[in-house]
Design a protein around this ligand. Structure first.
Ligand SMILES: *[C@@H]1O[C@H](CO)[C@@H](O)[C@H](O)[C@H]1NC(C)=O
Ligand SMILES: *[C@@H]1O[C@H](CO)[C@@H](O)[C@H](O)[C@H]1NC(C)=O
Ligand SMILES: *[C@@H]1O[C@H](CO)[C@@H](O)[C@H](O)[C@H]1NC(C)=O
Ligand SMILES: *[C@@H]1O[C@H](CO)[C@@H](O)[C@H](O)[C@H]1NC(C)=O
Length: 937
């Protein structure tokens, strides 16, 4: 595109036609048009040429011709964009910043370039990277210096898929502007029209290094509408408009300025379950609606092209009285067909991907990325058949199996797609994954084998490129936006946290909490080799067998064991060889020999040898909080125990609804979580009785499958329940008070009062927890007996930490990284860099017994259980040395059992290349005394 397009004066006629005529000056025709306009009618104009002719030119000719020219203009920045001296987002008064002594990941050279040096930011832009010329610095006054002390510095993170601001945090009844339910195909809707500027997620996102997010409408619609990229920082104007990264043309409405090159537009599409189910229809219906919508757009486009052909060849007589063919509802979809829109398509399964690729070829438009894309790794050739450039895959690291579409997810998808030459983006779908933790998505796929350079690019440069914004964000390059993050460790280390974030050169933290970290965390972490597993994932269409190989009679010899931690959590002293290693023989679920001499002992004869390469044996993790073991696909009740109504006369036992060998349980087992404690999924106040069971068992009939068939009595007290909080408390009080123990519920209430089983109350609000503590004291005073109460959830528990400790009430924190999803979880303790303590640390420091449960979407989820190791490493690292390894391990083992009233399983997990709390280790075996086996994984 050239500068000519900026001037409608010379967008007259087609060049080849003009050349056949005597040369006109730039000014002649516009001048004549003005005369024509003043005549208030058609202009009759004598064109001097060999066959002198008369043209009838309508008064809208100039605008029509500009519009026609621009129809084919390629979107993007003006060609001289990088000559800009000041950003269009520059905040006047922002002081220049010199970031000194940084390790700079620039995004250049396919994400492999790392420079050691300085970075200079001014006028809202990056001015120089690496070596900064003195002449440049001398041109500025009042430069602030930020000494990075060698730390990693990267571009701000870019989230290709977020609903922050349209989905509400905290969620309130009057909020929620993600999905329109008016119709399925609505290219005319715009996410910016629903963007709430007061959402809690912006500042939390910045605390995770996120600076730009593409705000997509939801997936309830086939075409959900137009998406807009925003920067997360506060603006002086405090408006959604002021947050926009680069306003696409047409933002101001239907009045498009055709004199400037169009900027990229973005559009959300969705196929598969969501649009089909919301409109109670099938995939067949949804795809017909797509074709119908695209056909409508195509007809408009063809009419425009015909019109413009006439206009551009001066055949005005054909256009007499005919307006330019356009339709405000469909103009954005017409622009898709003109290649001016980045189409972001939510699409999971092979069937959906194939359908959509056919659609692109039928109507000839490109897809920027398939989002979620849980099966793209299984069908790379389908993506390569798409019209134009193969779409990128914008995926989750672990969020999966919540519905059929997500069932065949693989943690190896990212590496497999990269190996197939396809682009990979990790995205949040905020608040599906909380966008503050977008970087953690990259860390996980890196752990499973995506190369370092590609993993970093997947949350910075690649999403910037996929949304057509790589001319200004996603890289550290001169003339790019000054969006920069200084990290406290290598960004691919678990728990990497910004110490400072600059957006448009504006520092986001006045004072950040900086946790001191070991120098070893400044390098990229070593990770295990998963080549064989990645191959198996594809070979089995996403469902590789996960059952462990259980050895009952055969001995297993673990060699090169650096550390042994016993089931109480204490380090076991063992004899060692000169390299500091020991050996262990296990058989039938028991350790039968420990020490270097075991290698040659009778116990080791004929043993399976497993080299731990400096690894460890450590107590297996125990999980509570997610419904793992009660459902294969949580959203599909036909694969699940199902929901409890209101437990009344009978009290459901989770033990009766257990499903063994679910994929979430087996994957958790492969990552060191050997046992689940699960309560029936409640619908009212009382949900029932929990069970402790083994994730390694294949069937309830197997020996040792059930650790404890009745663990605790579970109740939920929530501000979101149908009943009022005061009614819920009243019913609970009545249940616990003496003399009212009728029926089965009474029997278990009596057991609680007698101290035989704990009462586990799911509650998040500090007000509710304080009331529960008061109720406990009241009931105990009346009965004269103490009972055991545990809070599960406890997002706001840090506000009553002292009182919890005094009452000896422990908390299972769900989840260890808090987010204000709703009102009762609003008052979070966010942790570094915003606060010194996290919820977990504040409770521990107050002397509360704390356990942690898994992460997930909106709360603990079954798919999140496997990540317990990562979650604990994170908690330990952000404690800044206050939490010992033993104390960290207890959070997911002994403390869970203690707070849920369960005897220890005695399971020991064997890890290769490090212990359970070393990122780079891999779980390779489980010694299970209750099941009498040694499992090889
Ligand atoms: C970028 O690097 C990755 C991993 O190192 C490699 O797989 C990929 O082919 C590279 N891409 C390009 C365009 O060089
Ligand atoms: C950069 O910081 C590191 C760590 O503090 C220090 O060892 C090194 O000397 C510094 N380099 C320069 C050039 O200041
Ligand atoms: C929208 O209108 C405002 C006010 O006239 C103008 O400053 C801005 O540049 C326009 N934006 C676009 C994208 O056209
Ligand atoms: C830092 O990490 C290294 C390697 O893991 C370890 O040897 C060292 O003890 C750690 N230093 C501190 C102070 O924790």
């Amino acid at each position: 595109m050239d500068g000519a397009l900026k001037d409608p004066a010379i967008s007259w006629g087609r060049e080849h036609q003009l050349s056949s005529r005597p040369k006109r000056t730039r000014f002649t025709l516009p001048l004549l048009i003005l005369i024509g306009l003043s005549l208030h009618s058609y202009l009759y104009l004598l064109v001097p040429s060999q066959q002198a002719s008369v043209l009838r030119i309508p008064r809208h000719a100039a605008t029509t011709l500009a519009k026609c020219k621009n129809l084919h203009a390629e979107p993007g920045p003006p060609p001289n964009f990088h000559d800009r001296a000041t950003s269009d987002r520059y905040v006047p008064g922002t002081k220049p910043v010199l970031v000194r002594n940084a390790t700079l990941w620039t995004g250049n050279a396919n994400g492999t370039e790392v420079l050691h040096g300085n970075l200079f930011l001014a006028d809202g832009l990056i001015k120089a990277v690496g070596a900064i010329p003195d002449t440049l610095l001398h041109a500025y006054a009042d430069i602030q210096t930020l000494d990075a002390l060698g730390a990693w510095v990267t571009p701000g993170l870019v989230d290709l898929h977020s609903h922050m601001g349209v989905g509400a945090s905290p969620q309130l009844k009057g909020a929620g502007d993600t999905n329109s339910h008016a119709a399925s195909m609505q290219p005319w809707l715009r996410s910016i029209d629903g963007l709430n500027t007061h959402d809690e997620s912006y500042k939390l996102g910045i605390a995770g290094g996120l600076t730009t997010a593409l705000i997509l409408p939801g997936s309830a619609n086939g075409i959900g509408g137009q998406a807009f990229a925003i920067k997360l920082r506060e603006t002086e104007e405090r408006s959604p408009t002021a947050m926009l990264l680069e306003p696409p043309f047409g933002l101001n409405g239907s009045d498009v300025d055709d004199s400037i090159p169009p900027r990229w537009r973005q559009m959300k599409h969705a196929c598969g379950e969501n649009p089909s189910r919301v409109y109670s229809q099938t995939r067949m219906d949804t795809f017909w609606q797509f074709r119908e919508a695209y056909n409508k757009a195509r007809l408009i486009k063809e009419a425009q092209d015909e019109y413009c052909e006439a206009a551009l060849s001066d055949q005005w007589y054909q256009l007499e009285d005919k307006p330019f063919p356009e339709d405000l509802q469909w103009e954005a979809l017409v622009d898709v067909l003109r290649g001016k829109v980045k189409v972001q398509t939510h699409c999971y399964e092979a069937v959906d991907l194939d359908d959509f690729v056919r659609l692109t070829n039928e109507f000839k438009f490109q897809v920027a990325a398939f989002h979620h894309a849980h099966e793209t790794y299984l069908v790379p050739d389908v993506l390569k058949r798409a019209y134009g450039r193969p779409p990128a895959s914008a995926i989750f690291a672990a969020f999966s199996r919540y519905k059929r579409e997500a069932y065949r997810h693989s943690e190896f998808a990212a590496r497999i797609l990269n190996d197939a030459g396809l682009r990979v983006v990790l995205k949040s779908d905020h608040s599906g994954v909380v966008s503050r933790y977008l970087l953690h998505e990259a860390q996980q796929v890196y752990y499973f084998g995506l190369p370092e350079n590609v993993a970093l690019a997947s949350v910075m440069s690649t999403p910037a490129e996929v949304m057509g914004m790589d001319h200004r964000i996603g890289f550290l390059r001169p003339a790019y936006d000054a969006d920069v993050v200084v990290w406290d460790s290598h960004p691919l280390q678990i728990g990497a946290t910004p110490t400072q974030v600059l957006v448009d050169g504006v520092a986001q933290f006045e004072q950040s909490v900086i946790v001191s970290k070991n120098d070893s965390l400044q390098s990229v972490p070593a990770v295990p080799d998963w080549t064989a597993e990645a191959y198996e994932a594809v070979a089995h269409e996403g469902l590789p067998p996960l059952a462990p190989e259980g050895l009952k009679d055969k001995a297993v010899l673990f060699t090169n064991v650096r550390e042994v931690i016993g089931i109480t959590g204490a380090v076991v002293t063992a004899e060692r060889d000169v390299a500091g290693m020991t050996s262990i023989v296990a058989r039938g679920g028991e350790i039968v020999c420990m020490g270097p001499l075991c290698l040659r002992s009778a116990d080791a004869v004929g043993a399976r040898v497993v080299d731990l390469e400096g690894g460890a044996l450590c107590p297996g993790f125990v999980t509570f909080g997610a419904p793992v073991g009660l459902a294969e696909i949580p959203s599909d009740s036909s694969t699940a125990d199902g929901p409890v109504g209101e437990a009344g006369a009978v009290v459901p036992r989770a033990a009766d609804g257990l499903l063994f060998g679910t994929r979430d349980a087996l994957l958790a087992y492969h990552h060191g979580v050997t046992r689940g404690i699960v309560a029936p999924q409640g619908g009212g106040l009382v949900s029932g009785l929990s069970v402790a069971f083994s994730f390694g068992a294949q069937n309830k009939a197997d020996e040792g499958s059930i650790g404890q068939s009745i663990a605790a009595l579970h109740v939920d007290v929530s501000m979101k329940a149908v009943e009022s909080v005061s009614t819920q408390i009243a019913r609970l009080r009545a249940l616990l008070n003496a003399g009212k123990k009728d029926g089965e519920l009474g029997v278990y209430a009596t057991k609680v009062m007698e101290g035989t089983i704990p009462l586990v109350i799911k509650a998040h609000s500090a007000d509710v927890i304080a009331t529960l503590l008061e109720m406990k004291a009241e009931v105990e005073a009346e009965t004269g007996k103490r009972f055991m109460m545990t809070i599960a959830g406890g997002t706001e528990a840090h506000l009553v930490a002292r009182q919890l400790a005094a009452a000896d009430v422990g908390v299972v924190v769900l989840s260890p990284r808090s987010f204000p999803y709703d009102w009762e979880r609003r008052r979070i303790l966010s942790g570094p860099p915003l606060s010194k303590d996290s919820n977990v640390m504040a409770l521990l420091e107050a002397g509360v017994t704390v356990a942690v449960g898994p992460h997930g979407a909106g709360g603990p989820s079954s798919w999140g259980v496997r990540n317990m190791r990562f979650d604990l490493i994170w908690v330990m690292l952000e404690s800044g040395g206050r939490l010992s390894k033993t104390a960290a391990l207890a959070l997911a083992s002994t403390n869970v059992e203690k707070l849920l009233g369960v005897e220890p399983s005695g399971d020991l997990v064997a890890t290769r290349g490090g212990g359970m709390l070393d990122f780079g280790s891999k779980v390779v075996g489980v010694v299970s005394p209750k099941r009498g086996v040694v499992d090889i994984l």
